[in-house]
Structure formats: C-alpha cells, structure tokens
Design a protein around this ligand. Structure first.
Ligand code: APR
Ligand code: PHB
Length: 388
C-alpha cells in the first residue's frame, strides 16, 4: 500500500488531520489499534474552544454539534461559600462549547468514511521505519502483515503510542511535572448543578461541576495521588460533591453511568518532529484536565500540520514543515502554563501549608474582582489564536 500521509491514531488529532488533508485533495490512511465502537464510546473531556468550534463547523463536521451542543458564556468559581461568575462573552466577546470529545470523534469518523477515507480499525503492532528517508509503517490487519509506504507520517497515537518512542534516544527533550493528586470523575443521569461550569476550591479538595447535556452531569473530585476507585463508592462521591458545592447550588443525584480515576500530569516533548515523522496531540504533550485543553491543543497542532503538509505537497515548500514544531510549541507552552496555573490555584496540595491556602484564596479573589485578571483567564480559557 502507498499513500501520501500515513496517520497513526484515530483520536481528534489523527481524524482531523486526515479530514483537513482530504479537503486539500491529499490522500491519507489512518491506522487505529482499537475498534470503531471503542473509540466512539471512549468518554473524555467535552469542552471546545471558540476557534475549534468554528473549525468543526467551517470544515463541514459541525452539523450535529450545532444542534446538540451547549454554548457557554462563562464559568463560575466557588470559594468561601459563594459563587463568582466570570463572563467571557463580556470580557473577550467569545465563549466555549460543551460537546463530548467522543461526539467529535463520531462526527469525524462518519465524515471520513462518507468521503471515502480509509481508517483501518484494529490495526495492531504498528511500527515506523526509515523516518529520515522513505518512511514506511508496518502493521497487522485482518490477520495479515502489511506495509504502508508514505511521504510523511502523522504521529497522532496519543500519550501511550509508538511514534514518540520510535524516535532515537538523545533527539528529544522531555519536560514534565506530576501533581500529587488525581481526579475521580463520574457521568450521572441527572441535571447539572448550574447552566455553566462551576470550579470549586474547598477545604476538602477541588471539585468541578460540568455537563454533557441538560440531563447528563459530568462531575469531578480531587482525590489522592495513589487513590483507588474502590475507595469511592457512589455514596461517598455524592456526599463529597454536595459538601464541596458549599450550599451555593442544589445538586440533584442520578444514576452513575461512568466512573473513572484520572492522574494529573503535565508533559511536553521537544521537538515535535523527527525526519518525516510529525507528532501531534497527546503523543507530544499532555496537561492536567483543569483547563480542558487536551482536545483543543490536539486540534490546534493538526491545523498547523495540515497547512504545512499542504504547502509541501502543493508547492514543494518544506519551510512550514521545518517550522511545525516551533510554531506549535509556542502555543503548547501557553496552554501548559494556563493548565498548570488553574491546577495550582484550585487544588489542595499536600505539601502546602496554611499560608498557601490563604495565597490561593487571595489569587481567586483577585481573579474574580480584577477585570485585567479575569480577561487574562477568559482569553486563555476560550482559546488563544492558532498561528500559521
Ligand atoms: N497503533 C495505532 N493506534 C494507536 C496506537 C498504536 N500503537 N497507540 C494508540 N493508538 C490510538 C488510540 O487508540 C487513540 O484512538 O491513537 C489514538 C490517540 O488518540 P487520543 O489519545 O485521543 O489523542 P489525540 O488525538 O492526541 O487527542 C488528544 O484526547 O486523550 C485525549 O485528553 C486527551 O483530549 C485529549 C485528546
Ligand atoms: C468536562 O466537561 O469533562 C471538563 C470540562 C472542563 C474541564 C475539564 C473537564 O476543565
């Protein structure tokens, strides 16, 4: 088999890269090691930055999103027993869209297949070869060993994928930070606590009250670093969610249909390229979920990558490809900074003392009372522009 761009991974990065290249008349093949049902059912975050919503709509994959998503003008912070609203629309004239990542996945898969795109699901043992010469991807599919020759490779296989580890030792620099806590998350068949998200700072730990729809709440609680879901029976989860809302809203309980434990980690690799292999999304960087940047950063990377690959195939220009990594990393580091900032401001850190708690409250109080601070938060939350 031969194609122009071989893509490993059918997450938001791989699917959107394939879609954008198709719109430019460039051929791709996506290799995904999971089944279609698995990737379409995998529950992740669900918050879309303003420009990413425009991207989905403008490239023809936003019809269902326009009907089913919720548009939010701002968020609430809860601390010291009160709610404080940050109005993004008023501060920066933009908002965010609540729509589950797996819904974006379903829309992109449907569109790629309708457009005749090739997604090989359950393709196992992918390996990349000759990255500085004539790249090839070997893999197993349908019980047969296969080989895909390509001009360029999109390494869109997430944090645990094979692309990043295929780059020779010594080429990459890794930057990372572990946080000494995690999140327990649930999806509940009940109405959300409010029409907009509530980020709550509380003596018992952080909590986030979000949603997928007016009848489906998504709720998260800060938990210990090495916690276990066995420590979180439903009753304890609801009791903590009620307590950490500090009486500011009434939270209705419902049937829990998903329960997960998430580690909190910041990670960036530089550069995001080796020869003809280009890393995009979680394969190059991950961030704690506090600012919901994961899917948005993955989409931003592939917007830059698709433009660079298009210039390469259509005009024989390789300058944009050469600059791909540095262009993306400028935005990646701003998103890392924002995700880290939100995380450290809102969580109880076991190494902190009473001074740090007061400092966090001082910071929250500043953010909700200063137009300059709130504007800074708003412009980062709704999403910084994507450079070319
Ligand atoms: N071969 C083929 N596919 C693979 C391999 C492999 N060896 N390893 C991983 N994959 C697939 C995964 O099954 C997944 O579908 O690559 C895809 C990577 O998708 P994501 O993990 O969703 O990563 P990305 O597209 O970069 O999107 C980042 O997704 O993980 C969330 O929170 C994250 O929101 C962020 C977003
Ligand atoms: C979510 O809806 O799952 C979500 C929203 C905002 C976040 C994190 C997760 O900061």
């Amino acid at each position: 088999m031969r194609t122009q761009v071989g893509i490993i991974g059918a997450g938001p990065a791989g699917l959107m890269l394939s879609h954008l290249l198709h719109l430019e008349g460039i051929e791709t093949v996506i290799l995904e090691n999971r089944s279609r049902a698995y990737i379409e059912g995998r529950i992740r975050a669900g918050l879309i930055e303003h420009w990413a919503r425009d991207l989905l709509v403008d490239t023809g994959v936003g019809e269902r999103l326009k009907r089913e998503s919720l548009f939010h003008h701002g968020i609430h912070f809860c601390f010291d027993g009160a709610l404080h609203h940050i109005d993004f629309q008023k501060l920066v004239g933009k908002g965010v869209t609540v729509y589950g990542q797996q819904e974006v996945i379903k829309d992109l898969v449907a569109r790629r297949l309708a457009d005749g795109g090739q997604i090989l699901f359950e393709a196992s043992d992918a390996a990349v070869h000759d990255l500085k010469g004539s790249p090839r991807i070997t893999f197993n599919h349908g019980g047969k060993a296969q080989e895909l020759a390509c001009d360029l490779i999109g390494g869109c296989d997430g944090f645990h994928g094979i692309c990043r580890p295929s780059i020779p030792d010594g080429v990459l620099t890794f930057y990372d930070r572990e946080y000494p806590f995690g999140w327990v998350g649930i999806l509940s068949e009940s109405p959300p606590a409010d029409d907009e998200l509530i980020y709550s700072y509380h003596d018992r730990g952080f909590a986030l009250y979000t949603m997928r729809s007016p009848s489906l709440a998504r709720l998260y609680l800060q938990c210990d670093y090495h916690d276990d879901l066995a420590n979180w029976p439903d009753r304890r989860i609801w009791d903590e969610l009620h307590a950490r809302l500090a009486g500011t809203r009434k939270l209705q309980e419902g049937k829990i249909v998903d329960k997960l434990l998430t580690a909190m980690h910041s990670f960036v690799v530089e550069p995001m390229q080796y020869g003809r292999l280009f890393l995009a999304g979680d394969s190059a960087h991950i961030q704690p979920p506090t600012g919901a940047k994961g899917m948005n950063l993955a989409l931003a990377d592939v917007v830059v990558l698709a433009r660079a690959m298009t210039a390469y195939f259509k005009s024989g220009r390789s300058d944009l490809l050469e600059r791909y990594s540095q262009t993306c990393l400028r935005r990646v580091w701003k998103a890392q900074r924002f995700s880290w900032w939100m995380t450290q401001m809102l969580h109880l850190n076991p190494d902190d003392n009473a001074f740090d708690r007061k400092r966090q409250l001082g910071e929250l109080s500043y953010v909700v009372s200063s137009e300059a601070a709130a504007t800074s938060l708003a412009e980062n939350y709704v999403g910084l522009p994507v450079e070319s």
